[in-house]
Design a binder for this molecule. Structure first.
Ligand SMILES: *[C@@H]1O[C@H](CO)[C@@H](O)[C@H](O)[C@H]1NC(C)=O
Ligand SMILES: *[C@@H]1O[C@H](CO)[C@@H](O)[C@H](O)[C@H]1NC(C)=O
Ligand SMILES: *[C@@H]1O[C@H](CO)[C@@H](O)[C@H](O)[C@H]1NC(C)=O
Ligand SMILES: *[C@@H]1O[C@H](CO)[C@@H](O)[C@H](O)[C@H]1NC(C)=O
Length: 153
């Protein structure tokens, strides 16, 4: 069953280990270690990147300045979360605990983004499908972010 979710997770895990090994020297604990931690570390980065891509598509499809302003606000919040995620990942790579202020900044920015993201509403079905996609990517980012905090210390 090559397409089973479990098989895909194994592939992602192998990719994660390869990426992390290439990116920075890690302690043996981190390399041998925690499958969930490595998976969540990869996912928080890819989910937020994917969300930014979808937001750019939505911005291009937006027909009024007010919707554009809403989307720009979401993009700025997600960019703030990405900056704070990078600070957390850097600390973990250095063998330190995730800094508390960076945790607050991830949570604070995602909280700011949530309501405007839920308020987006397009009549064009293709664009509306991208709204749902963005909301799914947002939810996945929250799950992955929580996973990093739970599994990577
Ligand atoms: C909304 O912003 C996008 C670029 O982000 C632009 O292409 C589009 O023309 C803007 N629409 C309006 C109505 O301002
Ligand atoms: C959003 O992120 C930026 C950069 O990481 C940070 O300076 C700001 O305080 C964060 N905002 C909230 C509400 O946490
Ligand atoms: C989107 O707008 C339509 C028409 O104004 C409305 O019926 C629908 O409830 C709105 N959906 C959301 C999620 O706000
Ligand atoms: C995202 O999560 C919220 C809160 O848990 C939920 O209400 C919403 O349906 C989810 N959206 C998608 C697209 O999965």
């Amino acid at each position: 069953m090559p397409s089973s979710p479990f098989f895909m997770m194994l592939c992602i895990a192998a990719l994660t280990v390869a990426l992390l090994a290439a990116a920075a020297p890690l302690s043996s604990r981190q390399i041998s270690g925690d499958f969930q931690c490595n998976l969540n570390r990869l996912l928080i980065v890819t989910d937020l990147n994917d969300l930014q891509t979808t937001l750019s598509i939505l911005s291009a499809k937006s027909c009024d300045a007010s919707t554009n302003a809403t989307i720009q606000g979401i993009q700025a919040d997600i960019a703030g979360a990405q900056t704070a995620v990078n600070a957390i990942l850097q600390a973990l790579v250095n063998g330190q605990d995730a800094p508390g202020n960076a945790r607050d900044q991830v949570a604070g920015n995602l909280t700011l983004a949530q309501a405007p993201l839920l308020s987006l509403n397009f009549t064009d079905p293709v664009t509306e499908a991208n709204v749902i996609k963005a909301q799914t990517q947002f939810n996945n980012s929250v799950l992955a972010g929580n996973g990093v905090l739970q599994n990577c210390n």
